[in-house]
Design a protein around this ligand. Structure first.
Ligand code: BF8
Ligand code: SF4
Length: 653
């Protein structure tokens, strides 16, 4: 059964029983969801789907006729190649800017913390602070925590500007790869600089060479992966703790019938981390009890949920397509949001219940929500104020409307690079040895979102299942990780789902065959790990038996991630077609030509069976090229598909 056949079955919008139960309720009660709006948008614009529309100036908007009969040039003379490449360039810039601005927010609070100007933040991982400081040339000997942090902040603040010829974390990249980037002119310099330059180049009448534009797209994305995102990850680890293996729970079953439920939705741990602390405040717990609740239950959604799951084991209610459905449980007192991936519709759905939507970032306001401006200088205090608002909403809950449709599924998270290498005795050697021997064939990062155009989580779960069955270690982040968690693929005992080689390694270490590496900014961990393996073997990243996959991606950030992963030398398979097919030249470059210059390329394959096949063949080809034992490509066949779903539906509610 292919993904497309699956999605053709009426009602199969998701593979998850919790989501299905809430979709049924939404339909019964006339509550509109993302799937209804997707249906209402049909047919979606064919020009836009191909990337052939442009509204970059007021001589337009323009479109190119893909059938060659209508206009072939915009008013300014831009052809399909230029329009498609410019659109893609702006998409990459939007995604890179989102991650990098999140990184900057953390960096600014980190700098303020070092000056003693915040409340609720401190250095939690002193070792990592000093390790990163030494890496980046900051003196640490006989210096206080705050002195080191302050100097580290200065170094990283300069990474955003125009003073640098290359970003600080590029020293983690193998020399051969850096030489390739230099030769192509795509060494990322300043984070803001590359993004601003992309906006400049895509203005009418600037960069009219699609190859040149796409190369700058790679450079812009590299300023995200090795810049903004890496800064976000590393400083979050220093402030909130470097993740270690931790048990947690996932799906709508993590909500509690008799506690105050607060869902943290968005991305930045600056907010979610202090809210988790505030929910343990004895005075607020007392207040909750005075209203008849037995406690305060903080749960996560999307990436900020991954941040607090990774570091504190906080349970996660779901991924991207669960954000409306979690409200339909009727069990949420508050949904607290910061930014990114928060559908404006959550405010409308919340109005059907007693749930308060509390927005917190001055750069992300939601009409209809209650805005509490999150000022990190009073972080702990604002967090308590928000938790208090949630507690005070509890008496308004209508228990008769509470529907918690499933029992939670257990999952293990917390696999930072430090934790992975730590589990292996502190060096990449055991992992490299297992890959060399063929016990583990290779590793694949399965990342990214949900997209209502596909049955929710099917592709993530199926692709992962087939990879681990074939002894390929799967690394996950973002909404992908939540999908695998719900399906029960992220428990130490899920080692039994893996092929014999991967299974033996996982059982020896007590780890799952699918390792949760964090939120989407934490894809920086994936490339850092790849670079460490390449460095250990003294090869370039593109020689390793690695691949990336974003089976259900929707966001501009996912495009930026895909671009920096490919530019770093890791071939990546997308499950949703990007809007580039209006230019055969752009497609040729991304799906083929790039291989000759960065040693990696993109593929688009919506069918998880075919995607798994493609990736397995890619990995065996890389093994062969490295002189490792390999399976000949034509002996690798498609596996028998099988949908695995975790979390049995119960009749409750
Ligand atoms: O940054 S995986 S839907 S929540 S974009 Fe968004 Fe996609 Fe989820 Fe996180 Ni990432
Ligand atoms: Fe049309 Fe060119 Fe303006 Fe785009 S930049 S809207 S193609 S005239």
């Amino acid at each position: 059964m292919s993904a497309n056949q699956y999605s053709a079955q009426p009602g199969r919008l998701t593979v998850n029983p919790d989501a299905q139960a809430m979709i049924d309720v939404a339909r019964k009660e006339g509550i509109e969801t993302v799937w209804d709006r997707l249906a209402a948008q049909q047919p979606q614009c064919g020009y836009c789907a191909l990337g052939l529309s442009c509204r970059n100036c007021a001589m337009g908007p323009c479109r190119i006729d893909p059938f060659g009969e209508g206009p072939q040039k915009g008013v300014c003379g831009a052809d399909a190649d230029v329009i498609v490449a410019r659109n893609l360039g702006r998409t990459i810039a939007a995604g890179s800017s989102s991650h990098s601005d999140h990184g900057r927010d953390i960096l600014e609070v980190f700098a303020a913390m070092a000056r003693g100007e915040t409340s609720g933040y401190q250095v939690t991982d002193e070792d990592k602070l000093r390790r990163v400081a030494v890496e980046l040339g900051v003196a640490t000997e006989d210096r206080s925590t705050d002195e080191v942090a302050s100097d580290l902040a200065d170094v990283l603040l300069d990474d955003y500007g125009s003073r640098r010829e290359s970003l600080s974390f590029l020293h983690r990249v193998p020399e051969v790869r850096k030489a390739k980037w230099a030769e192509l002119g795509i060494t990322p310099r300043g984070i803001d600089r590359e993004n601003v330059e992309m906006m400049h180049r895509t203005h009418m009448g600037v960069d009219n060479d699609y190859v040149n534009l796409l190369l700058h797209g790679l450079r812009t994305s590299l300023s995200d992966g090795w810049g903004g995102s890496m800064i976000a990850t590393e400083l979050s680890d220093i402030m909130f703790g470097t993740p270690k293996p931790v048990m947690s729970q996932v799906n709508l079953g993590v909500l509690s019938r008799d506690q105050v439920n607060i869902a943290m939705h968005g991305h930045n741990p600056l907010l979610s981390d202090v809210i988790v602390d505030a929910a343990q405040d004895p005075e607020l717990l007392e207040l909750a009890k005075s209203y008849g609740a037995t406690g305060i239950n903080v749960v996560g959604l999307c990436c900020t949920g991954n941040e607090i799951l990774m570091r504190k084991g906080v349970p996660i209610a779901g991924n991207h397509l669960m954000q409306e459905l979690v409200l339909i449980t009727g069990a949420l007192e508050a949904m607290v949001v910061d930014y990114q991936c928060i559908m404006p519709s959550v405010v409308d759905v919340a109005k059907c219940y007693h749930t308060k939507v509390i927005s917190t970032s001055d750069k992300a306001k939601f009409p209809g929500a209650t805005h509490v401006s999150f000022d990190p200088s009073r972080g702990a205090e604002v967090a308590r104020e928000i938790v208090r608002m949630a507690v005070e909403a509890y008496p308004d809950r209508n228990q008769e409307r509470v529907r918690i449709p499933v029992e939670p599924v257990r999952m293990m998270g917390g696999f930072s690079v430090e934790a992975i290498l730590g589990a292996l005795g502190g060096t990449p050697k055991p992992l490299v040895d297992a890959i060399v021997a063929g016990t583990i064939r290779g590793a694949v990062a399965v990342v990214g979102c949900n997209n209502p155009k596909l049955p929710q989580d099917l592709e993530h779960i199926e692709l992962t299942r087939q990879l681990i069955e074939n002894d390929i270690l799967v690394l996950v982040t973002g909404c992908a990780a939540v999908a695998n968690g719900k399906a029960g693929q992220m428990l130490p005992e899920s080692a039994a789902l893996a092929g014999p080689g991967l299974r033996s390694v996982c059982e020896a270490l007590g780890i799952p065959p699918v390792l949760h590496m964090g939120s989407c900014v934490d894809n920086s961990r994936v490339i850092a790990l790849a670079a460490a393996l390449a460095g250990y073997l003294d090869v370039d990243i593109d020689q390793l038996p690695l691949a990336g996959a974003a089976p259900e991606w929707y966001s501009e950030k996912a495009v930026a991630i895909g671009a920096y992963v490919v530019a770093s030398g890791i071939t990546t398979v997308l499950g949703v077609q990007p809007p580039i097919f209006g230019s055969p030249h752009v497609v040729q470059l991304l799906a083929d030509g790039l291989d000759g210059v960065v040693g990696a390329k993109f593929a688009v394959e919506p069918d998880p069976d075919k995607a798994a096949l493609l990736i397995r063949r890619h990995i065996e080809a890389k093994r062969e090229a490295l002189g490792l034992p390999f399976v000949p490509v034509d002996e690798i066949r498609e596996a028998v598909p099988q949908v695995t779903v975790g979390g049995a539906a119960t009749a409750e509610g």
